[in-house]
Design a protein around this ligand. Sequence first.
Ligand code: ADP
Length: 454
Amino acid sequence: MAIAITLTMMSIYILSILSENLYSREQVKMYAKANIIADTLSSYSSLDAAEEEDISRILAGTTVRGIITNSAYMVLVDTAQESDIEGKVFTRDIIKTALSGEQANSLDRDSETGMNTMAVCVPVKHGDTVIGATYLMSSVSDIDLTIKYIQTSLMVFSVLISILVGLLSLGISYIVTAPMDEFINAAKEISKGNFSVRLKVKGRSEMAQMAETLNYMCSELETLDERRKKFVSDASHELKTPLATIKLICDSLVTQEEPDMQVVKEFLGDLSDEVDRLTRVIERLLALTKLDSGNTTAKFESVDIVVMLGTIVRKLTTTADAKEIVFYAELDEENAQPLMLDYDKMWEAIYNIVDNAIKYSPEGGFVRVSLVFEEDKAVVRIEDNGPGIPEEESERIFERFYRLDDSRARDTGGTGLGLAIAREAVIMHGGAIFVEGSEGIGSIFTIELPYVHD
Ligand code: ADP
C-alpha cells in the first residue's frame, strides 16, 4: 500500500511538472509568433484602413490559425479555410484583455474529443493606441498525446511495481512467519509436557540460533524429565521393598496361633531393621531434595576443613575398630586454609564416602583419609583396600539408587543415595568428585574444593 501510494503521488507530480513545462514552451512559441505579427501590423494607424490582402500576407507564414480583429472586436482576417466569422464580432475574454493593452492566453478543452486548444492574444498598437488584436489558436494534441502516453506508462509501471513489491512482501512475511509458527507450535507442545519436539535448524540466522537454543532446552528438559521419572520409580521401589518385608513379617506373626516369644522378638527385631532402613532412605531422599533446590538453601560459612575431617574420623573410628580396620588420617595442617562451605552438607558428603570405605573394606583392611592444600583448591582423598570400582562404573556409582552389587549393598544397609548426595553437595560448592583405583585392589575417592566459588 505504501509503495502504491508513493508511486501514485510521484506519477501525479511528474505529470503536472511535465505538462506545465510542455504547455508553457508551446505558449512561449505562440506569443513570439503573435508578437511578430502584432509588430508588423503596428505600422498601420488603423487596421480598418489596411487592405485585407496585406493583413492576410502578414499572417500567411503562421502554421496555426490566426485571427486579426480591430479594436471593436470585428474579425478582419481569419486564416481558417472555411471561416464564417470574418466581418463579424468575435468576443473572447483574452481578446478583451488584449484590447485593453495586455497580452493573454487560454487553454480550452474540447468536451467531444477531449483534446486541448491553446490560444494567445496580443494587442496591436500603433504608438500607444490599441488598434486591434492578434489572436492565435492551436490544438495542442501532440502535447496531450505525449502526456497521455507518459501517464499510461507510469500507471502500468506503478501497478507492476506494486504487484512485485506486494508479492515480495508476502514472500518475505511467509519466510519470517513460517518459522515463527513452528516456534509457537513447539512452545505449545512443550507447555503440554512433550519435550521430544525439535525444530529444523537451517543456516546461521538469528532464527536458526533460536531454534538451536530451543532444541537444546528441549533435550535438557527431556533428560530432566526422564531423570525425574526414573527417580520417582526408583524411590517407590526402594520404599516398597522394606514395606513388603514388613508386611510379610506382620502376616507371618498374625497367622501363628500361639507364637513363641523368642520368635516374636526375632520378628520384631527384623521389623525394627526394616523401619530403620525406611527411615534412612527417607532421610537421604530429604537430603537430596534439599540439595536439589541448589544454592538458595545453602549457608556458606568459613570452615576449617581440618577440624571437620578430624571430627568425621573420630566419629567413625568405633565402626572401623569393630572391623579391625587400620583407619587413619593424614591432614596437611600446616598449609591449612579456611574454605567457604555449607558445613552440614559437606560434612554429610565426606562422612558418606568415609563410611562407605569402612563399610566396603574387608576385615583387617585399611582406610586412609588425607587432605592437601594446593594452589587454588583443597583436595580430600579417601583410600581403602575394598573390592574397588570397575572403571566403566566410575561415573554411574554417583547416580541415584545405583549400586554395584545390589544384594551386597543392601545387606550392608546401603540406600544407593550416599554418593549421589556427596556429588550434589560437591557440585554445589563448585568442586569436583571422582573415583579411581582398580577392581579387587581398592578405591580412591577424591574431592576437590576450590577456595573461591560462585
Ligand atoms: P550405598 O548406600 O549403597 O553405599 P552409595 O551411593 O554410597 O550407596 O554407593 C553406591 C554404590 O557404590 C554402592 O552400592 C557400592 O556398590 C559402591 N561403592 C561405594 N563406595 C565404595 C567403596 N569404597 N568401595 C567399593 N564400592 C563402593
